[in-house]
Design a binder for this molecule. Structure first.
Ligand code: ADP
Length: 231
């Protein structure tokens, strides 16, 4: 379970995130939505531990920046950043070793094959297209068996087969009990995945609810988004 409590982030004097609180249950896929500049990336980077902030963030009851907390978190950034001189296989091995994952080879092979990367496994990071780099970045996060997975704009730049593979992976992780936060503008792309929506605007928390609750009113993600973000 992911719990964000009174998160506030300033960049210099600019207040980017204001006292935001929300939670994501175990085995839930939450969509973090909001207009440009709402503070979504800032929230995600705070959870991942890349920023200084005020407030409290816990993952399965551990502080996100503790060693145990960090070991629970997987992150797929919007822009992949691979090591130019490591091969695809070496990226996966590095992540598995860093997170103490044993016997990862079979899963690594399955992941690379699912993303059509198996024949590219000995290519260097610098030799990959943008889409391929993104797929490697996804494999790197999944191989660590995260209990909390943060995904920033997951579908942008992926081909249709990779989008389907990505969606299936998210559903599999959810079944295994991972709490997943997906930040995206492409609400259609996650219409068949989400369990909870969290809406931010102008750095503030606006709304959160589960599909189960909202479903009674038969609304799409887009309907809910506009309802809570338009004046
Ligand atoms: P979103 O992901 O919802 O588009 P961001 O979290 O990227 O929003 O940005 C929230 C606000 O913080 C915006 O006003 C943005 O200009 C500002 N911001 C983001 N990153 C920085 C930074 N590194 N330095 C200064 N301001 C930033």
């Amino acid at each position: 379970m992911l719990k964000v409590t009174n998160l506030t982030k300033k960049y210099g004097k600019m207040l980017a995130v204001k006292n935001v609180s929300f939670f994501v249950e175990t085995g839930e896929i939450a969509v973090l939505a909001g207009p440009n500049g709402a503070g979504k990336s800032t929230v995600i980077k705070s959870i991942v531990g890349l920023l200084r902030y005020q407030g409290s963030i816990t993952v399965n009851d551990k502080i996100n920046k503790s060693i145990e907390g960090k070991s629970y978190i997987g992150y797929i950034p919007e822009i992949p950043s691979l090591f130019p001189l490591l091969t695809v296989s070496e990226h996966i091995t590095l992540m598995a070793h860093a997170f103490g994952i044993k016997d990862y080879e079979t899963e690594a092979e399955e992941l690379l094959k699912a993303f059509d990367l198996w024949d590219k496994k000995d290519k260097f990071g610098s030799e990959l297209s943008k889409g391929m780099q993104q797929k490697v970045s996804i494999c790197c996060a999944i191989i660590t068996k995260p209990k909390i997975l943060l995904v920033d704009e997951p579908m942008v730049g992926l081909d249709p087969k990779a989008i389907r593979t990505m969606k299936n992976l998210l559903l599999k992780l959810k079944e295994q009990g991972t709490s997943i936060v997906v930040s995206t503008h492409l609400l259609d792309s996650v219409q068949d995945l989400w369990d909870r929506i969290i809406i931010m605007k102008d750095g503030e928390f606006v709304y959160s609810n589960t599909k189960h609750e909202i479903g009674k009113e038969d609304k799409s993600l887009e309907d809910i988004f506009f309802e809570y973000t338009e004046e």
